[in-house]
Design a protein around this ligand. Structure first.
Ligand SMILES: Nc1ncnc2c1ncn2[C@@H]1O[C@H](COP(=O)(O)OP(=O)(O)O)[C@@H](O)[C@H]1O
Ligand SMILES: [Mg+2]
Length: 258
């Protein structure tokens, strides 16, 4: 196995539909249609992206809001289909995406753990064997039979992280959600991620903290309007990104003065 993830000329375009408006009776008699047609706008969230991640590597992604980071992660774990290009993933993937994805609100925490475990490729017996560890790590012993809609954001994050790490995937994908928990829990997550890394497993991390790029990653990608702006050593990527951010900040400061 030479690569964990290989992405080639990957693009994803969304159509953003404008809300339709009912016509008045008179308008529809004239036009013959009840709805007014509105043009839909195309959003190129990921554009012609190519890269590989080696087994055991931690690959970091930074970029502004709307740069396409979450879209890229969803493509990597198969939640979204590419508009064009190819993705090859070797090994079992577990992902911790934006909150809410992957839980069924009406179902209990317990049933969600089982469902998620099965979706991630475990057998029912394997889920049962790991169930107590998952619940204990998430600190949800008292709430595991309650429906997920009663959970706070922090509780959801704890459960989602606990499932993802305890199914022991080959590749762990994390979308800047760790900040949601309290400090003690975040520390616990980071310790498990270090352990995962030390065992030679692969991670893809989206982060908004520049420091964690250099702290965690062997390579990094700066995603800008869906395109790869800079890819390479985390320190270089971080510096390029920071210098543009400070440029943008001084331009807006000049605008404010003008
Ligand atoms: N399901 C969707 N339908 C339409 N547009 C979307 C959808 N998901 C994301 N987008 C758009 O794609 C772009 C990239 O979004 P996203 O991947 O969430 O960026 P990031 O995670 O870097 O903030 C944004 O312009 C966003 O509005
Ligand atoms: Mg995002």
């Amino acid at each position: 196995m030479t690569v964990a993830i290989h992405v080639e000329r990957l693009s994803k375009t969304f159509k953003r539909y404008q809300p339709r408006r009912y016509r008045t009776l008179k308008e529809s008699l004239i036009n013959g249609e009840m709805f007014e047609r509105r043009l839909s706008e195309r959003v190129e969230a990921v554009k012609d992206l190519s890269f590989s991640v080696a087994p055991g590597e931690t690959f970091g992604i930074i970029g502004r809001n709307g740069a396409g980071k979450s879209t890229l992660l969803k493509l990597l774990c198969g939640i979204l289909k590419p508009t064009s290009g190819h993705i090859a993933v070797n090994g079992r993937v577990a992902a911790l995406l934006s909150l809410g994805v992957g839980f069924h609100e009406q179902m209990s925490g317990r049933d969600n753990v089982f469902l998620n475990g099965l979706v991630l490729g475990l057998s029912p017996r394997e889920v049962r064997a790991r169930f107590d560890d998952i619940v204990t790590f998430a600190e949800l012993e008292e709430f595991i039979n309650a429906p997920v809609w009663t959970y706070s954001t922090g509780m959801r994050m704890r459960l989602a992280f606990s499932v993802a790490i305890n199914v022991d995937p080959d590749i762990l994908i994390i979308d800047e959600v760790l900040a949601v928990g309290d400090i003690a829990f975040t520390e616990k997550c980071l310790a498990r991620m270090r352990e995962f890394q030390a065992r030679g497993k692969t991670m893809v991390l989206v982060t908004h903290e520049i420091a964690s790029l250099t702290e965690w990653c062997r390579r990094a990608l700066w995603l800008d309007q869906g395109r790869a702006r800079v890819m390479g050593a985390p320190a270089d990527v971080a510096q390029a990104y920071l210098s543009e951010c400070s440029e943008a900040a001084s331009i807006s400061a000049i605008d404010a003065v003008a």
